[in-house]
Design a binder for this molecule. Structure first.
Ligand code: ZN
Length: 128
């Protein structure tokens, strides 16, 4: 048995596309898009997915723009979160360009950059 949702954008049915046209003869309508739940769930598990609720990015962002205050109030963030990290500073040779009046000259200089060590973002798991 397949499970379906209607696109959650309240204005989905006002967007003029051929895929939304329903009805016969002179009784045509634009209808909200019907979404098959799990259509992009390639892992075949029950992981929730935003595309189970919105037919496309336009509908998602129209929804977010319309309800952003309610969403922010429901899932409010009152203080910043922090992730402990280790940082190493590294010097490297970089270049800056100086305008001499008629041409740019490339000048090397010693620059520094911060490197976050043991960064776990590569292991980021989409399951929260
Ligand atoms: Zn939609």
């Amino acid at each position: 048995m397949s499970n379906y949702n209607w696109c959650h954008n309240p204005s989905c049915h006002t967007i003029e596309t051929q895929s939304r046209v329903r009805g016969t003869g002179d009784n045509k309508v634009l209808r909200t898009i019907k979404i098959k739940v799990g259509r992009y769930n390639y892992a075949n598990d029950n992981t929730p997915n935003i595309w189970d609720y919105f037919c496309n990015q336009r509908c998602l962002f129209e929804f977010l723009n319309k309800f952003c205050v309610e969403i922010a109030n429901t899932y409010s963030v009152k203080q910043p979160s922090e992730t402990p990290i280790k940082v190493r500073t590294e010097k490297y040779e970089s270049y800056r360009y100086r305008w001499s009046g008629n041409e740019h000259t490339r000048e090397p200089y010693q620059a520094t950059r911060k490197i976050i060590e043991n960064s776990s973002w590569l292991l980021f798991d989409y399951k929260i």
